[in-house]
Design a protein around this ligand. Sequence first.
Ligand code: SAH
Ligand code: SF4
Length: 391
Amino acid sequence: MAGSDAMTAADQLIATTPVTHRVNLLGLTRQQLETFFTDLGEKRFRAQQVMKWIHHRGVRDFEEMTDLSQSLRTQLGNIAEIIPPSIAEQHDSQDGTRKWAIAVEGGSLVEAVLIPEGDRATLCVSSQVGCSLDCTFCSTGKQGFQRDLTAAEIIGQVWLAINSYDAWQSGKGRVVTNVVMMGMGEPLLNFDNVVSAMSLMCDDLAYGLSKRKVTLSTSGVVPNLDRLAEWADVSLAVSLHAPNDALRDQIVPINRKYPIARLLASAKAYLDAQPDKKRVVTIEYTLLAGVNDSVEQARELSTLLNDYPCKINLIPFNDFPNSGYRRPSGNAVSRFWQVLTDAGFVVTVRTTRGDDIDAACGQLVGEVVDRTRRAERHRAGRGDHSLLESS
Ligand code: SAH
Ligand code: SF4
């Protein structure tokens, strides 16, 4: 200990050299932080100490990290920082749902939503600013793609959510018990940063969530799904939304590149690579009135998924201005659910939460950023009205 307290000439140089680019330690995985400290000539366990300060106690000021020597604290203050993104807006729903518009560097906004439910609280996290995949019913898709979030900006959403409840200070129980990568963006198109952030979500020195309680949702970036098992073992959700390629080609354009059969095979291979053989893929199916919600389509879906290791989550469409789609009636949702349930599937229907604060995917940011003109251009360019006319 005493040895590492003494400042070497190199340490002094680092400590006194003005720095322009500090390393943001918030987004570094355990391994990356260990490398950071060994590169400084410090012991690896410094990483563990610092991770606990950041992720267990919400501390950002190195001076508060009292189990580090004063010289190391000073050095860290000169070369590193702990910077979460900042909260632009916070909305609380009457049902306990809390939603944030989060400002990231460059002035863009992303969103995160915390949905408490009994003894669970699920945080929905964004992975990109906007999205390039252009699913026709998605408000994030209509905003176009701006940039990937950094690992610090992704894990920072968890950090901010916990911090917003003063949980660290009050020693209250866990604010976040589950994380779903179902906010803005396509997580598999921001592979490295998402993998790093998910590793922190599951690391005991950070948020310690079980891998079953962290879910990556993808619309089907198959090449990256093919390599996901090498890097992560979290739960997987696949955004299917259609029982055949003809319809999916229209509403989830990436299907034209990676059709349903390839996507389902890739998701199955991901499961097969996991040691836990009881795991299943969650099939997400957003119900759009007159587009994909008929009894015939429910039967077709049931045939498609026959013998496939999955459960099905039906999501009644969340409307937004100029969407061009409608949410099906409660009866239509029930009929669809019944066909699948009768066929033996485990089927859940996502209940709408936080309706009074627009806590659905991609919607709060839409209020902050005027995207109406973009949405109009988008629809004029794509001509997706054919879908609506058939309704
Ligand atoms: N890009 C990823 C994750 C983010 S979207 C993906 O597509 O899976 C999370 C889920 O919300 C996806 O299943 C998506 O299709 C669905 N979704 C997007 N917009 C929606 C809307 N307006 N109403 C209901 N579900 C929507
Ligand atoms: Fe992107 Fe997912 Fe929205 Fe499709 S549904 S545009 S993949 S965020």
